[in-house]
Write a protein that binds this ligand. Structure first.
Ligand code: GLC
Length: 486
């Protein structure tokens, strides 16, 4: 099958969150499947252009109308050499970059007043570029609102051309909070489609890219099964529960995987000692090195709790802010935080790190090496999200033998069933209500578990053996692609 994967970011070229990981790891897995041809389209951001470590070649360029505008579109290409099966050339993953200085030559990826126009441009350019490339997709897989107008453009401008006639679309919601809203004059001014399309684009008197994609795509997926049910309710849907309910016949959830080659404690060169499920001795070395590096007392008996997260309210930072001091005062723990975000939470973390230097290390930054050292060296990994479409960090933590403590929401429910100490089943400590004392109680249970050496060693080897690869999810996406092509 020929699959075109469109997203606003893809690692290692550019990444601001989990979407960036998914947009390269899933296509890498899909391309390993027999007879598949896969290419990924992302914008050619300034940050990619200025990074000399990639081999990116010019392919072609043309002009394209966008509303009343005529815009330059450049196409660039990179090939990610296969690490997959044998030397099969088909396993190489092709990436195309959509170039336009005006839209993508900026200091950040998102957050500009004309984001709607920037990504409408990207979406249309993806379709237009197929006229210039030797690639005819059977399926276009869209991701989040930035690609949400692709099915609209496909129907409005391209369906009549033979190459586009049979293309099917799958839209994956990674986070329903961001919907790509714009004033209604956007429909004529930027999208340039006639008024008969107004009904599918408009929501709450605004143009809404996510709504449009939900209505027009052949299939809608979210990144976990639980989240696919949650978003049918107003608490999670950010307004779109009615639209999703009306389209629930084509909605399903597929839990994400992680790149298990990249995140492998038995080979990871960025950690001080490698280890595996059958021999955890290296993990103790990693813990001591982490404590040393962060200037925490090197005490094996202190439980290291890590949190690697954007510092925003829906990741549970309000709970930490509420209970943080009580937690460090009453438990023998060392709390390691890595991440940036809202100033209020950054300031709070700096404050408790200053007040309790032996118990808190606040790293207001993002650094992949430090993150990997922390995944490897910590005992517990905290993820108290208010909502979590899938979450990847808990999967990475488990891979490195760090027991997750999670709130029971979205993908956290699907990937971290609660530990039962009688049967030794389960993969983490969980709490139901988004409430600081419930979280505190879960953390206490986590510390008790770590102090029970026999039980915790057993759980650690269990979670390290859990299959979080993309193999199973990729097969499920293939089933969906085949289903809609029937
Ligand atoms: C978004 C979600 C996160 C998910 C990721 C990849 O960042 O918030 O839960 O894991 O997308 O799908």
């Amino acid at each position: 099958m020929k699959i075109l994967f469109a997203a606003s970011e893809a690692a290692p070229f550019i990444k601001s969150g989990g979407l960036g990981d998914v947009a390269s790891a899933l296509p890498k897995e899909l391309v390993k499947i027999k007879d598949n041809e896969v290419c990924v389209f992302i914008p050619y951001y300034k940050q990619i252009k200025e990074n000399n470590s990639f081999d990116i070649q010019y392919v072609t360029s043309f002009n394209m109308p966008l509303g009343w505008r005529g815009q330059y579109v450049g196409i660039f290409k990179a090939v990610l050499k296969s690490t997959g099966v044998g030397k099969n050339k088909r396993c190489d993953l092709v990436l195309y970059f959509i170039d336009n200085e005006y839209y993508f030559g900026r200091d950040g990826l998102y957050g500009y007043p004309d984001d709607g126009e920037r990504f409408a441009f990207f979406s249309k350019a993806v379709l237009e570029s197929l006229q210039h490339l030797d690639f005819s997709p059977d399926v276009i897989h869209l991701n989040d609102w930035q690609t949400g107008y692709i099915p609209l453009f496909l129907n409005a401008f391209y369906r009549g051309l033979p190459k586009y006639r049979d293309i099917k679309t799958v839209f994956t919601i990674h986070n329903i909070e961001y919907q790509g809203k714009a004033d209604l004059d956007f429909i004529d001014n930027v999208l340039g489609v006639d008024s008969s399309y107004k009904d599918v684009i408009e929501f709450d008197s605004l143009a809404n890219a996510m709504k449009c994609a939900i209505v027009l795509s052949d299939k809608v997926t979210t990144v976990s099964e639980t989240y696919s049910h949650e978003i049918l309710y107003p608490y999670f849907s950010h307004g779109l529960d009615g639209i999703l309910s009306a389209n629930s016949y084509k909605l399903c959830g597929i839990v994400n995987g992680i790149d298990t080659k990249l995140y492998d404690p038995s080979t990871d060169p960025s950690i001080p000692a490698n280890f595996k499920a059958s021999d955890l001795s290296g993990k103790a070395v990693c813990k001591a090195e982490l404590q040393k590096m962060l200037s925490l007392p090197v005490r094996p008996e202190a439980t290291v709790i890590a949190m690697i997260s954007r510092l925003v309210a829906h990741k549970g930072m309000e709970l930490i802010e509420y209970i943080g001091e009580e937690m460090v005062n009453s438990l023998d723990i060392q709390f390691v935080l890595i991440g940036t975000g809202e100033k209020r939470f950054e300031d709070y973390m700096k404050y408790i790190a200053y007040k309790y230097p032996d118990k808190v290390s606040a790293n207001i930054t993002f650094d992949q090496k430090l993150a990997n050292m922390t995944y490897a060296g910590a005992d517990l990994f905290l993820m108290p999200s208010k909502s979590e479409p899938c979450g990847l960090s808990q999967l990475i933590a488990m891979r490195y033998g760090t027991i997750p403590i999670v709130s029971e929401t979205g993908g956290l429910v699907d990937t971290v069933p609660p530990i039962n100490l009688q049967t030794m089943e389960g993969r983490g400590i969980t709490f139901k209500l988004f409430n600081a004392h419930d979280m505190y109680d879960a953390i206490k249970r986590g510390v008790d578990l770590i102090n029970d050496k026999e039980a915790s060693q057993k759980i650690i080897s269990n979670i390290m053996r859990y299959d979080s690869s993309w193999k199973v999810p990729a097969a499920k996406y293939m089933d969906i692609y085949s289903e809609i092509r029937k």
